[in-house]
Design a protein around this ligand. Structure first.
Ligand code: GLY
Length: 463
């Protein structure tokens, strides 16, 4: 947790952005894994963490704008809690750490909100993503569950997005910490990338490292020889000579900030010519995107430029043909990279995705492009100093997708389908770095860069 002054200041800024009514931030509760008492590791809600900093379950925060009064709601630890879980701080002590003077029992939430509604005051809350919080809101607001989801406060959501998107100095230190662990996780994975080693062992070793230095992984580790499946969580393979291992993983720091890196490594550090050629296209897309990212430029244009590099690189390999601009308009590169170039990152690996991907990544000026591939870009708007983003181009050969395009003659004038059949066992290559936008352009969040070039990766695996 940061010092209480940081949370006080953030809440003061938030207060200025919400004109009237009551702001309610609900913390998360425990989530049972297979029975109550055997819970998933507790994960606090990220906006609650951002404004309150407390990471114990069953808390709520109320800000009454008119009265300029704020409350932390929760329950005092019982003797049973102390016996089973240890000596927990009192509610008052926890509130003091966040700079909040007033505390109330959680049961008072219904009364405060009910009184507010009776007086026709707006109750601002965020869209719930957990059923527990949806249920609580349903009860206290007297609305059905789907009406609760639809009735979230746009004013509060947009105010929070504006603040959380721009990372402060103390947040960047946390992100760097997560980056340091993420870096170490990937180095271990590269070193273990030898034939006969199981994917599960590598993923488990990486995740253990994340837990040993922070809270956990920032998202379930993606690690597979079948990298053409973009989010492959099946780690049942045993590494084979001639294959590529795609690994997309990151850590969550003790203060909940994320890292997210991807590297694709040839088993035993031996790339075939074909693998090298595709790798170099993705590497160029990564490096050129990083070189292009700077304040004032839209990330949508950086994504489009990555599509340009991929198209031209594949054209050099004779897998596609035609004019670049026409191919970009037709969306040809989406066959090979059906995902976006990157996303915002912070307290969530896809930062604030629970608040609405389009609200986070787009605005009145920059609208989401609804064409296949382009539409998967999570963050398209103009970059500003303090934005933290992933840059993650890839080239994948997804047999089912290629077959569909071939059968339906989609972009058939650009694509050499007859040549792509040889790539059905290729898998996919993705390379991903994390950047922060600076006045001069951008820099890596964590100063050390994972090996990215073929030779560097080969050396890392073999040494
Ligand atoms: N690195 C996983 C994701 O961005 O979804």
């Amino acid at each position: 947790m940061f010092s209480k002054e940081i949370y006080i200041k953030r809440r003061e800024t938030l207060k200025k952005s919400v004109k009237s009514g009551i702001v309610l931030l609900l913390g998360n509760g425990e989530a049972a894994m297979n029975y109550a008492g055997n819970d998933y590791a507790f994960r606090q809600d990220s906006s609650f963490i951002y404004y309150i900093g407390l990471d114990t379950p069953n808390l709520a925060y109320i800000l009454d704008i008119k009265q300029d009064k704020e409350y932390l709601l929760g329950d005092e630890p019982t003797l049973d809690d102390v016996i089973w879980m240890g000596n927990l701080p009192s509610l008052k002590e926890r509130a003091a750490k966040a700079g909040i003077d007033h505390v109330l029992p959680l049961a008072d939430l219904a009364t405060i909100v009910g009184n507010g509604l009776k007086s026709k005051r707006i109750v601002h809350y965020l869209k719930p993503y957990r059923y527990r919080n949806q249920l609580i809101l349903s009860e206290i607001l007297g609305k059905k569950a789907d009406a609760v989801v639809a009735g979230f406060s746009l004013e509060l959501t947009q105010a929070i997005i504006r603040m959380r998107l721009i990372k402060s100095a103390e947040e960047l230190i946390e992100l760097e910490e997560a980056g340091k662990t993420g870096y170490a996780m990937h180095i271990v994975a590269m070193k273990m990338c030898h034939r006969g080693v199981s994917e599960r062992e590598i993923a488990g070793t990486m995740e253990g490292l994340a837990i040993s230095t922070g809270n956990r992984v920032a998202f379930p580790t993606i690690l597979s020889m079948n990298g053409q499946t973009l989010h492959n969580h099946d780690h049942s393979g045993i590494l084979e000579t001639g294959r590529l291992m795609l690994c997309d993983a990151g850590a969550e720091s003790l203060n909940y900030y994320a890292s997210d890196f991807t590297r694709t490594t040839a088993v035993d550090g031996k790339y075939s010519e074909r693998q090298k050629n595709v790798h170099n296209i993705v590497l160029k897309a990564l490096n050129d995107s990083i070189a292009m990212a700077q304040p004032g430029i839209t990330y949508k244009s950086v994504h489009r430029n990555a599509y340009r590099i991929i198209f031209e690189g594949l054209r050099d390999l004779d897998l596609v043909t035609g004019d670049t601009e026409e191919a970009l308009e037709a969306g040809v590169s989406a066959l090979f990279m059906p995902h976006g170039l990157g996303h915002a990152m912070g307290l969530d690996v896809h930062d604030m995705e629970n608040l609405g991907e389009t609200l986070v990544g787009y605005d009145d000026e920059t609208k989401r492009d609804d064409r296949f591939g382009y539409r998967s870009l999570r963050f398209g708007k103009r970059l500003e100093v303090g934005h933290v983003l992933t840059v993650e181009p890839g080239v994948y050969f997804i047999p089912q997708l290629i077959e569909k395009w071939k059968a339906e003659k989609i972009n058939a004038e650009f694509i050499r389908f007859e040549k792509l059949a040889d790539f059905y066992d290729f898998g996919g290559i993705r390379l991903e770095d994390d950047i922060v936008i600076t006045p001069q352009g951008c820099r890596a969040v964590y100063e050390r860069r994972l090996p990215a070039g073929v030779e560097e990766i080969e050396r890392m695996v073999r040494d």
